[in-house]
Design a binder for this molecule. Structure first.
Ligand code: SF4
Length: 480
């Protein structure tokens, strides 16, 4: 059985995000398509075994309903994905499942298993924490094959690449290397086993009209080593591409069978291979798909020609990681090769192309102080994106930043439930976590005021959305 664990009460976990560590989201009723669940189901299907797939999160199950669903299925093997902000709850629930379904072999996956398998194994009765790369198709195929032919037990675990398990209270590791991953093996009919319409998320275009989008991955992995970034940990350093015909078939199938016409491409480096992007865009136009999509891209990887093709093929928004306005901080901690001027140029070209822009900034990178915060706000106002996403830096375990923060005593907690990507849990030499939280609020407010003063379209959309936002706020106050 493949089980997407429920979110703990009062939280909304986006599993698979933040490099597969998972984010604790801010929109209570939003669930993003768990791409890993679709790949897990594909692996089980292609192995020819009877299997169940359940997304307890989108069905808003509590713990007891999730246990019941597994009890009814009585699987031999249960595969689940752990997230850092919900780790405690995830492990407690898996333990409850093990008590309720005697004999089930519980296999845990996710970036957490890559960097802290011992913590997973020692704090739970999970049988195996397996190191591997998102979305784990090959890993799950291998685990099913081995466990079906050899039965559960340490001899079998040793034949699974990246498996870690306990032997007499000590963690041991399979001698086989973790599996490389593949993206072409997604079985499109597994989408029929998931409530696809519940995963659609509104994403605004440049005119503020919202487009309902579903998440898909056309490539995974990143060879870069930005010190703060968890993606290479959970998705691997090797870039794996889905073939262009497979991408097109997937888009077409979702459009034809589920009337989905908006897509969130979840690739870390969508524009890394320009020729591939051009070929993909050409093929989308040739097949007259008529869909809309948005992507993340590196500002130093886009050109006028590439943006023209992307726009023609339906790209309506690009998210750029700007990170900071300080050139020195960017050089030390940011993306190799990216310069502030490149970011400015990319935003200008993208806007001129009629594509909406989102700038992602991180507050609290090493070296952050009041002066660098001001420089970042100035840059934000210069590039003037449609949306600014301002987050405080979370040092994910396994990153260079986490090691640095640990050594320097910058971490305020090791309570993983606070590693949400929104809580300030790391200070810098000059700013406390409280100052960073406050700085985030102030920057958001100042940028909003800047947009209200200088962007008539933003002003129009802001005023239009205001009554709904006020009602939503009041509703949440009454609920709490
Ligand atoms: S380029 Fe850097 S920030 Fe982007 S995914 Fe790769 S390591 Fe992460």
């Amino acid at each position: 059985m493949l089980l997407n664990l429920p979110s703990p009460r009062g939280r909304n976990i986006y599993r698979g995000y933040a490099g597969d560590f998972g984010l604790a989201g801010t929109i209570a009723d939003e669930t993003l398509l768990p791409i890993h669940l679709a790949y897990g189901a594909s692996a089980a299907k292609r192995q020819g075994c009877e299997y169940d797939v359940a997304d307890a999160q989108v069905l808003r199950y509590g713990s007891s309903q999730a246990v019941d669903v597994v009890r009814r299925s009585t699987p031999d093997i249960l595969v689940s994905w752990l997230a850092l902000p919900s780790l405690h709850d995830d492990l407690a629930l898996l333990d409850e499942i093990k008590r309720a379904v005697p004999g089930v072999v519980v296999v845990a996956l996710g970036a957490v298993c890559n960097v802290m398998p011992e913590e997973v194994l020692l704090k739970s009765n999970v049988d195996m924490a397996v190191c591997g790369w998102y979305p784990h198709y090959n890993l799950i195929s291998q685990a099913i094959q081995v466990l079906r032919s050899s039965g559960p037990g340490q001899a079998a675990f040793d034949k699974i690449g990246g498996a870690r398990y306990l032997k007499q209270g000590q963690m041991v590791q399979s001698p086989i290397e973790p599996c490389e991953e593949t993206l072409d093996e997604l079985a499109l009919d597994v989408y029929r086993q998931l409530p696809i319409q519940k995963y659609l998320r509104d994403v605004p275009d440049i005119r503020g009209s919202t487009i309902k989008c579903i998440s898909i991955a056309t490539s995974t992995g990143c060879p870069y080593a930005c010190m703060y970034c968890p993606y290479p940990i959970g998705y691997g350093r090797k870039v794996t591409h889905k073939s262009i015909p497979r991408i097109l078939d997937e888009l077409e199938s979702l459009k034809t069978n589920f009337a989905v016409t908006g897509f969130s491409f979840r690739d870390q480096l969508f524009t890394h291979n320009k020729q591939r992007v051009e070929d993909l865009c050409d093929e989308m136009v040739r097949r007259d798909l008529n869909v809309k999509w948005h992507v993340e891209a590196r500002a130093d990887e886009v050109t006028d020609g590439l943006l023209t093709k992307m726009r023609r093929a339906g790209c309506f928004r690009i998210h750029y990681g700007v990170e900071t306005g300080s050139p020195e901080m960017l050089r030390k901690t940011g993306k190799p090769g990216l310069e502030i001027d490149m970011a400015k140029k990319a935003f200008k070209m993208t806007k001129e192309m009629g594509i909406a822009t989102t700038a992602h900034m991180m507050l609290g990178l090493p070296g952050e102080n009041q002066e660098t915060l001001k420089i970042s706000l100035d840059l934000l106002c210069q590039i003037n994106p449609d949306v600014a996403s301002l987050n405080v830096t979370t040092p994910y375990p396994g990153t260079k930043l986490f090691r640095m923060a640990d050594e320097k005593g910058w971490l305020s907690t090791r309570d993983w439930s606070r590693y949400t990507s929104f809580d300030a849990i790391m200070r810098t030499d000059e700013l406390t976590t409280a100052q960073l939280s406050e700085a985030r609020k102030v920057m958001r407010r100042r940028f909003r005021n800047f947009k209200l003063r200088h962007d008539s379209e933003y002003r129009r959309l802001y005023l239009k959305a205001l009554p709904k936002a006020v009602l939503g706020r009041l509703a949440s106050l009454f609920r709490s």
